[in-house]
Design a protein around this ligand. Structure first.
Ligand code: AQP
Length: 342
């Protein structure tokens, strides 16, 4: 087989395991929307198959959570005419290719995944096989489209490396040089790891039991301002320079959020705000966050009030996604030597 370079193609996904927060927005979705100006037809997926790896929210909740993520994508500027927007379970290729990749990935690789260790906790024996195999399905999500670039937050770096290893090993083991591209993560900007507002050592997360730990995309202006006002900090004012925040993760997190919203570097934020007490910096950050998130919660409510329209957008996106993924699966089966139905 001759190696043909793969054209650039962007793919990323978000699990419907609860509403999106500021970390998902600054680290992922805002970037997804911006990439529409650079990339033709990026693919953005609501990865619902992944959402049952760590438990089931219930039938109604599952569908509502899926629509909520779709509404968040749309409200944050994903345009279904310029991007392919769909939910994963509508395109069976993901699961079919995921099986093949489960046979390519090595147990030793999976055993190193820190996210499995974090999510399975102390009782790993009771974790699902799906949670363990999750990164092989994630590789299938990406490679089903021969995607070459994957915008994600820092927490996904290790999974992306595994996707790269799977692509390389499939190409080698099945004697198909260059068939799957080796995808590159896009982990750019200052906001690739936004931390909890209650604990600067933990990332902001949907599954954190404390709602005060995160700013939700559905929060109104008063709630956003209150959460920033109450964010955990130490009693000292901001240091004069960024170096002075090295051992102050909560303060550094607030400066990082300010930088991400204002389009500055954290060092530039310190030129303007260094030395300020939090009684001055927090209100400035709250005003900025409220202004920059203005309209997102309202737009989400508007989309969510019309679930039939969301379902229509997802189905149309799934048709287009299937058009791209099915030929890749067909070629993969041929490479493996599976006999097709006559
Ligand atoms: N705190 C964060 N800072 C920057 N980026 C983040 N992402 C998640 N948290 C942060 C990025 O958002 C995208 C979607 O993530 P996901 O919901 O599919 O999975 P996750 O990383 O597991 O997100 P959560 O909030 O932590 O969910 P739960 O609590 O369900 O595990 C990804 O690109 C991710 O990097």
């Amino acid at each position: 087989m001759t190696e043909v370079p793969h054209p650039r193609r962007v793919f990323s996904g978000i699990q419907p395991t609860g509403g999106l927060h500021l970390g998902n927005y600054l680290g992922a979705v805002k970037r997804f929307a911006e990439l529409q100006a650079i990339d033709a037809e990026p693919i953005y997926c609501v990865v619902d198959l992944h959402a049952i790896t760590a438990g089931w929210a219930g039938r109604t909740q599952m569908a509502e959570d899926t629509r909520e993520i779709a509404a968040a994508y749309l409200a944050c500027g994903i345009d279904p005419e310029r991007s392919i927007l769909f939910n994963q379970s509508q395109v069976p290729v993901h699961a079919q290719l995921g099986w093949i990749f489960s046979c390519v990935a090595r147990l030793g690789w999976m055993n190193r995944m820190t996210q499995f260790k974090d999510k399975a906790g102390k009782n790993a024996e009771k974790a699902s096989l799906g949670l363990y195999a999750y990164p092989a399905l994630q590789a299938a999500d990406i490679l089903a489209y021969h995607a070459t670039h994957v915008p994600v937050g820092e927490d996904q770096r290790q999974h992306l490396e595994l996707s790269r290893d799977i692509a390389i090993k499939f190409n080698n083991d099945f004697d198909a040089p260059g068939f799957f591209p080796v995808p590159e993560p896009i982990i750019e900007g200052v906001a690739t790891r936004i931390m909890s507002l209650r604990d600067g050592s933990k990332k902001m997360s949907k599954s954190d039991p404390s709602d005060m730990s995160r700013i939700n995309l559905t929060d109104d202006a008063d709630t956003i301002a209150k959460k920033i006002r109450k964010a955990k900090t130490d009693p000292e004012p901001l240091s004069e320079t960024l170096d002075g925040l090295a051992d102050r993760p909560e303060a550094l997190n607030l400066v990082t959020i300010y930088a991400a919203f204002s389009g500055q570097t954290p060092a530039q934020v310190m030129v303007e705000h260094g030395g300020q007490p939090f009684s001055a910096f927090k209100p400035a950050l709250a005003d900025l966050a409220v202004a920059k998130m203005d309209g997102i919660a309202d737009a989400m409510r508007r989309y969510q009030s019309d679930p039939a329209e969301i379902d229509r957008i997802l189905s149309k996106g799934a048709d287009r996604a299937a058009e791209l993924a099915e030929p890749v699966l067909k070629q993969t089966y041929e490479i493996v030597g599976f006999i097709p139905r006559g």
